[in-house]
Design a protein around this ligand. Structure first.
Ligand code: GAR
Length: 217
């Protein structure tokens, strides 16, 4: 069986993209990055992808009349690169239901919260303001509704009492860089089944232990 061909979509820094590139750099790994596409020409992640020797494409959304026209171009670029799984990595645009249905079960996203809590933007400030003591990150299969769809992997971190947005974002990002390669690897190994609204993973390690915050003082 060949390696699963990934198409990574970015809009900015591309640190999650980088984590995927590193995880699947080894030719013996179960996936390979076929292409990196950005909707913003100034995205810093483009240079990181080029430094890794990967083909990059800019599809500037400002050059398209509407979402449908942009998504058609995206679809063309992904198909012509032979992409089998689309990985949204800080891609800050909503995809049309038509695109999502065409690529059904073949688009994954990472979001910096424990979904279904804190969908949308400005997540860490809203987390801090809400008073929750645990947050995290989620990798999920994309459905037409924003930040929704069957959940593949989640990672949790504590929220500190005096947290700042930056400090919390950094703590969550470190978890993102672990769970995104993990989730994509599980798909590439053929261990993931989508059953209704849930994901079943073959041979997932049984979970033990709990994260308490505050822990016993
Ligand atoms: C990440 O924290 C990612 O979870 C978030 O944007 C950041 C991108 O960072 N994505 C979303 O908020 C999507 N709704 P990166 O460009 O360094 O990977």
């Amino acid at each position: 069986m060949g390696r699963l061909k990934l198409g990574i979509l970015i809009s900015g820094r591309g640190s999650n993209m980088q984590a995927l590139i590193e995880r699947f750099a080894d030719p013996d790994s179960p996936a390979e990055v076929a292409t990196v596409i950005s909707n913003r020409p100034e995205a810093a992640g483009l240079a990181r992808a080029e430094a890794a020797g990967l083909p990059t494409t800019v599809i500037d959304h400002r050059g398209y009349a509407d979402r449908a026209a942009f998504d058609e171009e995206l679809d063309l670029a992904l198909s012509s690169a032979g992409v089998e799984l689309v990985c949204l990595a800080g891609f800050m645009r909503l995809l049309t239901p038509e695109f999502v249905e065409k690529w059904r079960d073949r688009v994954v996203n990472i979001h910096p919260s424990l979904l279904p809590a804190f969908k949308g933007l400005d997540v860490h400030n809203r987390v801090i303001a809400s008073g929750v003591r645990i947050t995290g990150a989620t990798v999920h299969i994309v459905r037409p509704e924003m930040d929704a769809g069957p959940i593949l992997v989640q990672g949790a971190v504590p929220v500190a009492q005096d947290d700042t947005e930056d400090a919390l974002a950094a703590r969550v990002l470190a978890v993102e860089h672990r769970i995104y390669p993990l989730a994509v690897g599980l798909i590439a190994e053929g261990r993931v089944r989508i059953v209704g609204d849930r994901v079943e993973i073959d041979g997932a390690a049984p979970v033990d232990g709990a994260l308490l915050n505050p822990d016993a003082l």
